[in-house]
Write a protein that binds this ligand. Sequence first.
Ligand code: MF3
Ligand code: CO
Ligand code: CO
Length: 263
Amino acid sequence: MKSILIKSAEEIKHMRIAGKLAAEVLNMIKKYIINNISTEELDQICHNYIIQKQKSISACLGYNGYPKSICTSVNDVVCHGIPDAKQKLKSGDIINIDISIINNGYYSDTSKMFILGKPSILGQRLCNVAQKSLYLALQIIKPGIPINKIGQTIESYVNKENFSVVKEYCGHGIGKNFHEDPQILHYINNDQNIILKPGMIFTVEPMINAGKPLVKCMKDGWTVKTKDRSLSAQYEHTILVTKNGCEILTFRQEENIKKILIN
Ligand code: MF3
Ligand code: CO
Ligand code: CO
C-alpha cells in the first residue's frame, strides 16, 4: 500500500460539507421512489438537485465514461446499475441508490437501499443484514486497529446470517480523488496489516448477496449482477477516523446509529 493520506483539519472541514450534501440527496430522493417511476427519472431528479440546489457536481457522470449521474442497482444488480428510461420500479423491488458528488473539489460517496411497496421477507432481511454489516464495521473503527478487522467483522456476521459478501469490489480512500488508497476489503483477509490512524477518510460499502458471492459484469460494461441472479443489497458511508472512533460524514438523521462513534 503506497500513500494513505491523512487529511488536514481544513480538508476535513470540506469533507464534512461534501458528505452532508451526498446524504441530503438520499433524503431528497426518497419521496420519488414509487411504483412505475423509471430509474432514468430518479437520475434526472438527483442530477438537477446536485447541480442547481447544491451547486455541486456528480462524481459519476463521465467517470471512466460512465453515462449517468447516479447508480441505480435493482434486485439482482450488485452495483453500478445504469439509470434507464425503460426500467420502471415495481412493488417488492429493492433498489440501491449510490450518490457520489464533488463539492469545491472534495468527493463524497454514500448509498442505501429502498424497498418499493410490499417488501418480500427475503428482500427485507437482506437489506437489514447489509445495513447491519456496515454498522457493525463502523462500530469497531478506531486508530490502532488493523484495517482487515473491517472485513473480518462484516463477513463473519454476514456468513452467520447465511448470506455472502461480494469480493470483487471494495471500499476506498476518498478526498480530493474519488478513489484513493487504502482499499477496504469487506471479507476476511490477511493481506492488509495497515493500521488505522486519525485523519484517514474512506468508504465502507459492503455488497451482500442472498445466494452465492460470485458476480458478472453485463455487456454495457458497468452493470454488475449476481451470477446466480439472487438478490443483492449494499449500504455505503464515507467515514473519518477520529482519535477514539469514527465520524460518519454521510450520516442521515433517520439512521439508527450515532453520527460520531466512540469505539
Ligand atoms: N459510487 C461507486 C463507489 O462506491 C462508484 C461508482 S463509479 C460509476 O465507489 F462510474 F459507476 F458511477
Ligand atoms: Co464508494
Ligand atoms: Co458509491
